[in-house]
Design a protein around this ligand. Structure first.
Ligand code: COA
Length: 259
């Protein structure tokens, strides 16, 4: 039983809701460890095909790491906090072989923006606000912000946003490539579920390979093209690829089994 997150499973989609609305869903140690557990469950449970991460309440997705836990941290402890969080949650989400999509319902600041960016892609409510305000605290992002924001919006915008620590509105986030869609707040979960449901009709192993190979590109891996060719070939040996071609030729919908 979780204390700081809610989970629900519908049609193979696990919805994970960070649930500390009175603290704008800030990421304390318990949230980090419970998110880590929920992602492990997503990875290992065959009944789950994908996840949506969102925040409880109308105001906030996640307003950052819990600043009250910063008191008393020294350099070593700060670095350990960042490394632990990156391994337990952020990199685990990024490398998860099943799709993880952020539905950003309000403030996505600091660790909240970083959590959204660790997801495979993002949708936002028109009321969402983004930012990396760590410089206001004399800090830098610690959960991947300098790396993933630069990948998503480009160096110039990332530099400006991280140096000013200002708030970015949903329209600017859309225009900059930080989010893929902006919808009225009331439609956010419906639209996100619709896209994830479409993905769940595809061959799961192909989807996992899209995630892995696209992450190689984002890391500038020099072996990305070779890895792509290898995966392309390996998928021909799967039952799902045979089913996909057969279904096309027989003018019917494929029934993929993840094999
Ligand atoms: N860590 C801990 N608590 C947080 C928090 C965070 N990152 N963000 C918000 N909260 C808490 C507030 O302390 C407040 O708690 P309280 O009611 O016990 O005093 C509650 O959430 C509501 O926030 P509040 O600041 O009153 O709401 P607001 O609408 O006036 O302002 C924000 C909203 C998001 C602009 C403001 O909360 C904020 O700047 N938060 C910090 C963002 C940040 O710097 N994140 C990066 C951390 S590295």
């Amino acid at each position: 039983m979780y204390q700081t997150i809610l989970t629900s499973l519908n049609n193979r989609i696990l919805t994970i809701t960070i649930n500390r609305p009175d603290k704008l869903n800030a990421l304390n140690k318990t949230v980090i460890s419970e998110l880590s557990e929920a992602i492990d469950e997503l990875i290992s449970n065959k009944l789950i095909g994908a996840a949506i991460i969102t925040g409880a309440g109308p105001k906030s997705f996640v307003a950052g790491a819990d600043i009250s836990e910063f008191a008393g941290l020294d350099g070593k402890a700060g670095e350990a906090l960042a490394l632990r969080g990156q391994a337990a949650v952020f990199s685990k989400i990024e490398n998860c072989p099943k799709p993880v999509v952020a539905a950003i319902n309000g403030f996505a600041l600091g660790g909240g923006c970083e959590l959204a960016m660790a997801c495979h892609f993002r949708l936002a409510a028109d009321t969402a606000r983004f930012g990396q305000p760590e410089v206001n605290l004399g800090l830098v992002p610690g959960y991947g912000g300098t790396q993933r924001l630069t990948q998503l919006v480009g160096k110039g915008r990332a530099m400006e946003w991280m140096m000013t620590g200002g708030l970015i509105d949903a329209a600017t986030a859309l225009q900059s490539g930080l989010v893929n869609h902006v919808v009225p707040a009331a439609d956010l979960m419906t639209k996100t579920t619709e896209i994830v449901s479409t993905i769940l009709t595809k061959a799961p192993r192909a989807i996992s390979e899209v995630i892995r190979l696209t992450n190689l590109a984002a890391l500038g891996d020099p072996n990305g093209l070779a890895a792509e060719a290898q995966a392309f070939g390996a998928l021909f040996d799967t039952a799902d690829a045979k089913e996909g071609a057969a279904a096309f030729l027989e003018k019917r919908k494929p029934a993929f089994k993840g094999e």
